[in-house]
Design a protein around this ligand. Sequence first.
Ligand code: 5GP
Ligand code: ZN
Length: 147
Amino acid sequence: NDPALRNGRRGGLGDRPDGARCHLHCSFPAARVLMSDACLFCRIVGGAIPAALVASNDHAIAFRDLHPQAPSHVLVIPRRHVASLAEAIDAAELGALLLLAAEVARSEGLSETGYRVVANTGDDGGQTVHHLHLHVLGGRAMHWPPG
Ligand code: 5GP
Ligand code: ZN
């Protein structure tokens, strides 16, 4: 049912019906196209939606949250589409995500005063964007327990 295959073209990695290249990594090409088009954060990774980039590494990018909940509020996300922490299986990718969060905290000047890293996961976790992300929050004292 892959339209690219029906049209007699091989659905190679990153092959899209409109001929544009998709730079997201996923084992199934058709799923890559769907994810990059449907997922807000995939579209930010692909550059289709602008974001204020703060830092990046091979596995992850960091950009400012559109609705900051603290003086410093940065989202760290994998370049690849991973729906949530519950679906994450790649240790190198998760490690890169956490290291980038710590790098962001340093560059935001939060390392001395402290900060919070949060991964809202699933409905009860309050996750609203279904592409794994770490919130890096700082610049004020955080409350505990969280709401
Ligand atoms: P969640 O609620 O899933 O843990 O976090 C999603 C976060 O994404 C929220 O803090 C929300 O403000 C942020 N967000 C939603 N849409 C956009 C967007 O288009 N650009 C940016 N930079 N952040 C967004
Ligand atoms: Zn995504």
